[in-house]
Design a protein around this ligand. Structure first.
Ligand code: ZN
Ligand code: ZN
Length: 238
């Protein structure tokens, strides 16, 4: 069993918790920085999905892989439509009910599980791809942890429950890695599904958060995220 995907998943999982700590400790500067991170990670994730995950999975699985990617995209939409009806990245600033926060957590667990599947399937192809996928995951893990814990706080939950929700997301990611390591079938299709899941999270969850914001801070972060992918690709090697 390859231990490095698990180590990377643990780092990614702690970023979930770190994002929650930022919101529960009410650090204003970190909230602003995390805002820019939403755009940066969206750019990086779209680049990894279209530049790496999709072509790699099609090279391995042909046309069926493209359809598996489509299935991954639709699957996230389905879970978010049925469970996480009210979920958006960024800090939750208005009041919500406890059932809203609980169902958002359920909806997000599938996505974070596939964060782990993506890391493990990436490493199954090559350490370089595994590292790129890890970066795509870890970059959006801080905003992810922040979003879920602020949603819990907005629902009237205590700090402990808010941290617990972010921890659950991290645990789901580690579970995704472990399951992919054991189920070889998931490893084969995991890369393709992850392409669709990553594209959904980036283009349909993250981008709408800053699409209509005025000014150039967000678009610059977004394009910088794409640029960071090319830099990371050079560092990671073939
Ligand atoms: Zn809201
Ligand atoms: Zn995620």
């Amino acid at each position: 069993m390859n231990t490095s995907p698990i180590v990377y998943a643990l780092i990614a999982a702690s970023a979930n918790v770190l994002g929650a700590v930022a919101v529960t400790s009410r650090a204003r500067w970190s909230m602003r920085a995390l805002d820019g991170m939403v755009a940066l990670s969206a750019g990086f994730m779209i680049a990894v999905s279209l530049g790496e995950l999709l072509p790699e999975s099609i090279a391995r699985g042909g046309r069926a892989a493209a359809l598996a990617a489509l299935a991954g995209y639709l699957l996230v939409h389905l879970t978010q439509h049925t469970f996480a009806r009210h979920f958006h990245f960024g800090e939750e600033t208005h009041e919500v009910t406890a059932s809203v926060s609980a169902s958002a957590l359920v909806g997000l667990l599938l996505h974070t599980f596939f964060d782990g599947v993506a890391i493990a399937s990436g490493f199954a192809v090559s350490p370089a791809l595994g590292f790129l996928v890890f970066m795509a995951v870890v970059l959006h893990k801080l905003p992810e942890g922040l979003a879920i814990s602020s949603l819990f706080l907005a629902a009237g939950a205590g700090r402990r429950a808010a941290l617990g929700a972010a921890t659950a997301l991290g645990v789901a990611t580690v579970a995704g890695v472990l399951l992919t390591e054991y189920l070889t079938g998931l490893q084969a299709i995991g890369l393709a599904i992850s392409a669709g899941v990553t594209l959904y999270v980036a283009a349909s969850n993250l981008v709408p958060q800053f699409q209509s914001k005025p000014g150039w801070r967000m678009p610059i972060s977004f394009f910088a995220g794409c640029g960071l992918y090319f830099a990371a690709r050079m560092v990671a090697g073939p």
